[in-house]
Structures are given as C-alpha cells and as structure tokens.
Design a protein around this ligand. Structure first.
Ligand code: GLC
Ligand code: MG
Length: 741
C-alpha cells in the first residue's frame, strides 16, 4: 500500500500561492464571472411558470432578471444560475435540460442532486451536500466564479459552503426568513411541533445564520426587511446589509397605448362579468391565507358603493381541478367561492381558472384601461413585486401598510396604504381612487415614472456591481482559482478515509484484517481524519503499527498533511485561519458554566477544545448563539456528547473532505468514509460512500435518513470492513439502495 503512494512529497505539486493583488484586479482582467444559486421551485428562462406552486413565485423571477441584467453589464463576462435538475413527467421536460440560455452571457445550469423527481423546498435539506459535491466538478470544468450568490436559506447554506471552500466572496439574499415566518405562524398556536415538522424551521434558521455569517454582503429589498427581519438573527451585522430594491421588467410591464386591442385574457374575464367595461379592482396573488384575499371579497361584497363602481378580478394562480389543489390553497379558494355565493356577486367577480405568464402584463394594462386599481391586502408584505408591476403598467395601487408597499409608495407616490385588518379602511381607499379621476391619473403617471426611476433591474444591477467591486477590492485574490493542481493523486483510484479512535481502533483483530486487506490492494489509498492533534495521532498510529496514511487530517479537520513525509497542504494551511480569533473565543467560552477547557495537550493553533457538562443544560445551539452574538465566526462540533471543539469556519471534516475532492478531482463515489462520532458527521454526508460503525455516538443517529450513509451492524474496524463489502468497494463499486439516481 504505502510504497505505491506518491502523494505530493514535495511542494512542487502544489499550486502557486496567490499573488498579493486583490480579487478585483484578478476579476477585471478577465471580466467577472458570477454564480447565482437558487435551488427550489421550477426555474426556466422561457415562459417561466410563476405562481404554479408555492415554490415558484417571486424568487424565480428575481433570479432570472438579476442574471439577465448583470450579464448585460460591461465588466461581466458570464452569469450562471445554478438550480436543480428535475426529471419528472409531472413538471415537463424543460427542467431536465442541463443548460438553458437566458441571454447572450447568462445561462441556467441545472445540477442533478438528490432524487430526480420534483421536491418541495422543505424536502431539499438532506441533499444539499450532494449539490455541493456536484458543483465542484462543474467548477473544475468551467472555472471558479469571482462571486457566489445564494438565494433563500437552502442555496444560502450550500452557497456559503462552496464559497468558503473555494475562498471566493459570498453574497446572500434571504428572500423570506425562517425566524419571521415561524413567529408569524406560531402566534396563538400550541402545536409548534407540528409547525416545526412541516416547515423545518430549526434547519432553515441555522442555514440562514450560516449564510449570514459567511456573506460579505446581504442584498435586501427594503429597509424594513433589514431592521425588523434580519435584525432578529444572532449574526446581524448591519454594515454588511445593502438595500437594493429589485427591479421590474420594464419591457414587459409598460403602460397601455391608446388603441391597443383587447388582450386574449379579456375574453376569459368577460365570461364572468356582466359589464366588463366597468373599472376593475384587480388582485393577483397565490391562494395563500396570508394574502388576505377573503377580506377583499368580503369588503367588496358588503360595499354597495364598490359593487356599483367596479368589478372585482381575482387572479389566483392556475388550477385544473380545485379538489386536487394542496389543502391550504384549496381552502382559500373555497372560502372565496362561498363568499361570492353568500353576497351573490355573480356577474361582478371574475376568477379565471388559468392564465399564462404572458397574460400578466396584459391584465395590468387592461385593468388600467378600465380606470381600475390594483390591490394587495396581504397581512404582511415584505416586498410586493406585483405592486411594482402594476405601478409600471400605470395602474394605481392599494396595499398593506408594511415594509414593501411603504417603500414603494414613498418612492413612487402611486397609491394608498391600508390596514389589512380593517375592512372599512380598505373600502375607503378603493372608493377614493375609483371616484377621483384626476388623482387616479396622477397616480398612474407617478407609478410609470417612479418605477422606472427607482425599480429598474438595470439600476439594481448597477448598484449591485458597485457594491460587489468594493467587496472584491477588499478580498485577496483567490488561492485556488488561478490553477488547479498540476497532477492528480497518482497511483490509486479509490480512497478510504477513516476516523481513528473507536472507528479504526477498538478491535485489534478486525483492524489487522483491514490493514491486510488494504496491503493487498495497491490502488486503494488510505487516509485518516481525527480529532486528535497531529503529534498524538502519529503516536497512536505508531503504537498500533499502522502504516503511515497517505493523507492525515488532524485537529478536527484543521490540519492536513500527506504521505510519509507529512507534507503540509499549503493552500489548506494558507486559508484555514480565515476569520479565526482564538483569544476572543477563549475569553467568551472559558468562563461559560458547563464548559471546561480540555488539557493543554489537546489544544492547538486552530482548535479550542472543551468538555461539555451535559448536566449543566448548556447546548451547542446556545454556544453558537453566543459566538454569533459576539460577532465571532467559528464552527462548534460536539462528539460523543462530551467533547466540544471550536474550530475555524473553513475547518472540519466536511471542509477537509471536500477540499480533497476538489483539489485532487476524486470522484466522490470512489471515496469511502468511516466514522463514529460528531466530528466525523460532516465528512459522512454528500456523494461519498459513508459508513457509520455500530458503536457510534448518539449524535450520528440523525444521519440515518441520509442517502449514502450506511449504518454497519459491526463495530470498530469490523464495521469498516462491513462497509467495504456493502459497497463492494474493492471490486466494481455498487451503491445498494442509492436514493439518488
Ligand atoms: C479527540 C481530541 C479531543 C477532541 C475530540 C473530539 O479526542 O483529542 O481534543 O475534543 O477528539 O473531536
Ligand atoms: Mg472517533
């Protein structure tokens, strides 16, 4: 085994260390490459199906517009929008295409990860490491971007990992935030466990915290979003928050021209309305309880004035058979139908079953031409893209007095704010606009002008790039981007990486059998990843008469060495200390009741280790919270419920493993990873072949439902041997019950 291993034994195999110029200088030479990531929902550039389901809405439009407009800027070489490849007859073939152009320099790249079928966003969490592992070869082929921008919590977490791993700056946009949604939904409810199961708030919020921690810039849409939403996060750094409102697609959303013929959707509406020429009160929203549409129908139904003045037009997504809609959507529509019947609104309210994306601009223009008004009475509205679309089309707006609408109306003065809990207020505002033609006309014009001035995507892209250049100017040129290694790990085509204590050790007979097996397979590399310090790991390796491993990751994934001569990995070494403030961390944690520092011989440069007294009630979550609140960035890793390590954000077994995959271009299916405790968890996830030995710590139980983590019946090295057999790792590798492909 070890005699054939020609892992880098001198540093000439390492890429040159980054030149000391900034990332901006490097990027300017070539033009910027920007990678946007948006993982959930159905994303396609041609005829996007906005509103088709809860995951395919404003965010999809946002990322498509952002990609297109950024790509149109002069210094930008390329924009790619990474999303999930979906192969599922129920959603159509477009989402299975690996690539789709958006514009000349922008494209969608669909990355397969997890099951092929369409999944709702709450089900994607388990597969994010798979995504990361799939993007690495993509970047190897196409080059590392200058910036990675994750959208929403899921891509926030995955993007943050990629950015940390590849040392490129990270930008985050939350779009909507877990803490805010949890608060809102928990009001007056006792079944919070059920909410938790359905929405996975804990996972989502932790992902958001990590994204916020990693991001050099957080792009938000409104000031309220910053002050009332992001501010409730542990890691809240106002100086990194930028309010850059999204734009409206001004090509699509433009005012009607005199003499425009009636659009196709008008025929559809005419089926409902006895006098379609009356002014229209138009509402367009997903059938979601929060959109408060029933209050609108009730207000209209109870107001003789409104019924006389106007028709009500409700565009509520698309449906075939109402009975097949998801429960919450169905009940919103059912309630509306009941109200229509109760107030006998036949001939006055239109609620078309279907509309195409192309009908949307027509609907605003048509409503404007009737002398109508757009209304959004949502209970909360952090942004409100439809309000901008309406405004840009010359349709005055009435909207909830909340973050988004408040900013929009302050900028454009094109409508009125209302209290969504007050039907009278809503009625008054609608009547006012419908009965004052001069004021209505002024609002229509202000909307057209104001949206162009404040809310164009061009404007957004300009501000975005200005902020981005500032970030790049303050970032070192990436060490990995310049060149990938000169050679690959040479003489083996597969690799076993195992933890030391209690995974490799603990059963001498099986250990010997494992070592014999490896000796007989020269093309199988052998690596060790351990929480021990390098000196103590080496001492144990020698004491057990183990061969020197081909790679040795020690100190809880903060040190990385290769081969007999323990050649350090230079790019790893160079980046591991990023954002690491050991003195401040010690000062904060040493005195925390429930934590006792481990002996000095366990401490090292990038690892601060404690023993956690479980009886104290102190939890990892609390420790993370303390660190974040203090503005300190570190990872907290708990093993065997007792050993608690605090390490740099770029450390850990997950980062080590992915660094190896990236650097040496190893196919993850050719890497078997074995472990028993918390500090091994990170490397067990993803596309590699995971093995958890039977004698594992309780913290690994949560990996049971992960794909590609095999729980062995046998303990210690016998468990590794069992894992090797399970995956037929030494023959033709097979992945039984692979839930991925
Ligand atoms: C090893 C280290 C110890 C660490 C533990 C968990 O036992 O010696 O410091 O806390 O692994 O990673
Ligand atoms: Mg162990």
């Amino acid at each position: 085994m070890s005699q054939v291993l020609t892992m880098p034994t001198d540093e000439s195999n390492e890429e040159p260390v980054g030149k000391p110029h900034s990332a901006l200088a490097a990027a300017r030479e070539r033009g910027l490459k920007i990678t946007l990531i948006s993982l959930h929902g159905l994303i396609r550039a041609r005829d996007p199906e906005l509103g088709r389901d809860a995951d395919t809405g404003g965010q999809v439009r946002y990322v498509l517009e952002l990609a297109k407009e950024l790509a149109a800027m002069a210094h930008v070489r390329e924009v790619e929008l990474l999303t999930r490849q979906i192969i599922d007859p129920s959603v159509g073939e477009d989402y299975a295409q690996l690539e789709e152009p958006i514009s000349a320099k922008a494209r969608i790249v669909r990355i397969p990860f997890g099951p092929k079928r369409y999944l709702k966003k709450e089900s994607l969490w388990h597969y994010l490491e798979m995504f990361v592992d799939q993007v690495l070869p993509h970047f190897r082929r196409t080059g590392i971007p200058d910036i990675i921008h994750g959208h929403y919590a899921d891509a926030g977490l995955a993007g943050a990992q990629l950015a940390s791993l590849l040392h490129v700056p990270f930008v985050f946009t939350g779009h909507s935030l877990g803490r805010v949604k949890r608060r809102r939904l928990s009001l007056g409810r006792t079944d919070t466990d059920q909410l938790e199961r359905r929405y996975r708030f804990a996972t989502r919020i932790e992902a958001e915290e990590q994204a916020l921690e990693t991001a050099a810039m957080i792009v938000t849409s409104t000031h309220q979003e910053v002050e009332e939403q992001y501010a409730i996060y542990d890691h809240y750094v106002p100086s990194r928050m930028e309010v850059i409102p999204p734009g409206v697609d001004l090509d699509r959303f433009s005012p009607a021209r005199p003499g425009d013929p009636l659009p196709p959707i008008a025929d559809e509406l005419a089926r409902f309305l006895s006098d379609p020429s009356k002014p229209a009160i138009l509402a367009m929203a997903r059938p979601d309880e929060r959109k408060n549409l029933a209050a609108l129908v009730r207000t209209y139904g109870q107001s003789e004035r409104l019924k006389e003045l106007a028709n009500l037009v409700l565009v509520l997504g698309n449906r075939d058979d109402l009975r097949e809609l998801p429960g919450p959507q169905r009940s919103v529509i059912e309630e509306i139908l009941l109200l229509i019947d109760r107030f006998d609104l036949y001939g006055k309210v239109a609620y078309p079953k279907r509309h195409r994306a192309d009908d949307v601009p027509d609907l605003y223009r048509w409503a404007a031409a009737t002398g109508g008004v757009f209304v959004n009475p949502a209970l909360t509205e952090p942004f409100g893209l439809t309000l901008l679309e309406a405004g840009a089309s010359g349709l005055p707006i009435v909207a909830t007095r909340d973050g988004g609408p408040t900013d929009i109306i302050a900028n454009c003065r094109n409508g009125l704010l209302i209290d969504p809990f007050d039907d009278d207020d809503l009625e008054r505002a609608l009547v006012r606009i419908l009965t004052d033609p001069a004021e209505r006309e002024r609002m229509a014009e202000e909307g057209i002008r104001g949206t162009r001035e404040h809310y164009s995507w061009r404007q957004h892209a300009r501000r975005y790039l200005r902020d981005l250049e500032d970030i790049l100017d303050h970032s070192p040129a990436p060490t990995l981007a310049s060149r990938t290694p000169v050679r690959r790990l040479p003489d083996f085509d597969r690799l076993i990486i195992t933890d030391l204590d209690n995974t490799l050790t603990g059963d001498d007979r099986s250990l010997e059998a494992l070592i014999d097996l490896l000796r007989g397979h020269e093309r199988v590399g052998f690596g060790i990843a351990t929480g021990r310090r390098l000196d103590s790991a080496l001492a144990l390796i020698d004491r057990l008469h183990l061969p020197r491993p081909d790679l040795l990751a020690t100190d809880v994934g903060t040190q990385l060495h290769y081969g007999e001569r323990l050649t350090p990995d230079r790019s790893w070494r160079q980046e591991i200390g990023y954002a690491w403030k050991p003195a401040a961390i010690r000062e904060l944690l040493d005195s925390l009741p429930g934590l006792r520092p481990q002996e000095d011989e366990h401490q090292s440069e990038f690892k601060i280790s404690y023993e956690l007294d479980r009886a104290s009630g102190l939890t990892v979550a609390t420790i993370r919270k303390r660190l974040r609140e203090a503005g300190l960035r570190a990872k907290v890793v708990l093993s065997l419920e007792t050993f608690l390590d605090v390490i740099p954000v770029r450390g850990g077994s997950d980062m080590t493993l992915r660094h190896l995959l990236w650097k040496w271009g190893l196919p993850p299916e050719h890497v078997l990873v074995a472990g028993d405790s918390g500090n091994d968890a990170g490397m067990l996830l993803g596309r590699t072949l995971g093995v958890v030995v039977a004698n594992h710590g309780p913290e690994l139980d949560k990996l049971r439902d992960r794909p590609r983590v095999y729980f062995a019946q046998a303990s210690h090295a016998a468990g590794i041997l069992e894992g090797i057999r399970h995956y037929r790792f030494l023959d033709e590798i097979a992945i039984p019950d692979d839930r991925l492909e």
